[in-house]
Design a protein around this ligand. Sequence first.
Ligand code: HEC
Length: 164
Amino acid sequence: MKQLLLIISILGLFACNRQKDNTKVLQKRIDSLEHKLVDTYKPGFGEFMTGIQAHHTKLWFAGQNKNWKLANFEVHEIMEAIENIQKFQKERKESQVIGMINPALDSINNAIQQKDPVLFKKSYTLLTNTCNACHRDADFEFNVVKIPDAQPFSNQDFKVNELK
Ligand code: HEC
């Protein structure tokens, strides 16, 4: 009986040690994952905005060329970037007010679906004014957005291309 008890307690000790080892391994893994997470690259607010600036420009020239497929793509790229700002830049207070741009984006999306150039222009003006309203709100009023007057992307054709 005594021997049996001894065996049981030795086995128990082994199990206990193994558990301790497992915990150590897991802790190490968690630490290394936390390290990796801190070092993971995520675009800054300004980088998202630079992307939005390009899509804002392309959206205009797509609309001017009645290239509704491209315009549809560009407006959705802006919508996606706004969602990404809300997701990846949560801690910035400006992210809480960025939703102010959604009505203008919806309006432009509507104009695109209806293939309506007049509504497109009206909505685009509203969109551009909303960019600036938010910049003023964020004490970033010195960055003024306007309707582009020249197409800066010489490597892209904005006309509707019938690829055959
Ligand atoms: C939250 C409201 C908000 C809205 C809406 C908004 N912006 Fe911004 N924008 C900011 C803030 C804040 C910054 C400064 C980012 C930083 O800290 O780097 C900025 C920066 C910029 C920059 C400068 C980027 C750089 O680094 O040079 C451009 C260009 C820009 N926005 C364009 C736009 C356009 C175009 C729209 C509309 C389609 C728009 N923004 C809508 C808040 C906004």
